[in-house]
Design a protein. Structure first.
Length: 81
């Protein structure tokens, strides 16, 4: 199985080389799915990354209160307003 980055690069190259509108649409759909999967995998990996806990503690956000990585972003962005 190809690494996701390789699949994304291949789809981008195919997209650039494609001239038929129907094929362009198909490649765009595949590329969008591959990018979505890649982003979700990165989010999963980043959620368990040890530095994330240290940053939360440094920002004085209670670690037990934060259940997912997006909550930290929402909390800090609303406190700045």
């Amino acid at each position: 199985m190809l690494r996701m980055e390789d699949k994304i690069r291949r789809l981008c190259a195919e997209l650039v080389a494609t001239t038929d509108d129907a094929e362009v649409r198909q490649r765009l759909v595949e590329l969008r799915k591959a990018l979505h999967q890649h982003i979700e995998r990165l989010r999963e990996r980043f959620a368990s990354y040890p530095v994330l806990v240290e940053r939360r503690a440094g920002n004085k956000i209670p670690i037990e209160r934060v259940s997912n990585p997006t909550e930290t972003v929402e909390t800090t962005s609303t406190s700045r307003s």
